[in-house]
Design a protein. Structure first.
Lengths: 142, 185
């Protein structure tokens, strides 16, 4: 790619990442949520790889890190759901934190935490799949 | 309705047990089909016509596919039976008569239950949305989330979301397992 495309992608990927974080954090207030925001998070990285080519970063290293982060996120999600089993109303998926005022950023109990964990998980897993495809292409035709 | 449902369920259980002990693969398949089509009528009795439509399509396709597979692979004794029928068709064939009678009785049985199930359904254009109305009215108070979709996804239908996240993890594991040329140490 030309230098213009590379520079624009570097500038814009940070903004995309920030917008993904916004979508995830406001998941319980505005349309969006963990699944949609996670796509944005992975899209920022995918844009960088697409613009700069696969030889810029150590992609194998990135892939390992992304898969570890994905596994940790889903583990914390399951632990949070299981925590509702031991605290509060003693049901699976129980909302054990105080709900707060309707419409504020910090409200709705554990739902924002679920959103954050699902967002990280979706983003990391899509990034892992993309990087695995790129590495496979490199291995086939170096 | 409970009596009809329990009769139908007992019939389905008998069909499933017969499928386990049948010597012929084709008759085992047919008794599996009894279970599937009985489930269709159960769904209609329980006022879920959308599930009934899905079930009838899936059951028909899978039954046709499996009958075709059995017919093309392991069905050796079909031709011999046809020969027996042709030889014994002189005046009256007890086996043939028994088959036709059992088919007619089963068809009438299912037709009767199907009529009862249709009588249980709501009239056209009037459907009950008790769950949807409860979700829309009480989601904000019960979950604390202003966004109704997030409230449903992470609170009312949390198991569904957990399954979706698990599907993503499984997809990643599958991709990492398949897409590599050299084995990892």
């Amino acid at each position: 790619m030309s230098i213009i495309v590379k520079k624009v992608c570097q500038l814009i990927s940070g903004i995309i990442f920030l917008y993904g974080i916004y979508i995830i954090l406001h998941g319980h207030l505005t349309p969006g949520g963990g699944f949609a925001g996670g796509i944005f998070l992975s899209g920022a990285f995918i844009l960088l790889v697409l613009a700069n080519g696969s030889h810029v970063m150590n992609l194998r290293h990135e892939e390992e890190k992304a898969s570890v982060i994905e596994g940790l996120a889903i583990l914390i999600f399951v632990l949070l759901t299981a925590a509702g089993f031991f605290i509060g109303a003693r049901v699976f998926f129980g909302n054990f934190l105080p709900k707060g005022h309707l419409g504020e950023l910090i409200s709705a109990g554990v739902i924002p935490l679920y959103n954050i964990m699902v967002g990280i998980e979706v983003g990391a897993s899509l990034l892992t799949i993309f990087l695995a495809l790129v590495i496979y292409k490199e291995e086939i035709s170096p | 309705m409970e009596l009809t449902l329990s009769i139908l369920l007992i019939f389905m259980i008998i069909g499933a047990i017969y499928a386990l002990f049948a010597k012929d693969l084709l008759s085992a398949l047919i008794s599996c089909g009894i279970v599937g089509y009985g489930l269709v009528i159960c769904f209609m009795l329980l006022k879920a016509p959308d599930l009934a439509i899905v079930q009838i399509v899936v059951e028909s396709i899978s039954l046709i596919l499996m009958v075709a597979v059995v017919h093309n692979s392991t069905r050796q004794d079909l031709k011999e039976k046809i020969v027996i029928y042709e030889r014994g068709l002189s005046f009256i064939n007890v086996k043939f008569l028994f088959n036709v009678m059992s088919f007619l009785i089963l068809a009438l049985f299912f037709l009767f239950f199907f009529r009862q199930a249709i009588a249980c359904l709501e009239p056209f254009g009037k459907h009950t949305t008790r769950m949807a109305t409860a979700y829309i009215e009480n989601a904000a108070q019960n979950t604390g989330s202003v966004n109704l979709v997030t409230g449903v996804v992470f609170d009312f239908r949390g198991y569904d979301t957990l399954g979706e996240a698990t599907i993503l993890v499984t997809a990643v594991i599958g991709v990492l397992t398949i897409l590599r040329l050299k084995g990892r140490k």
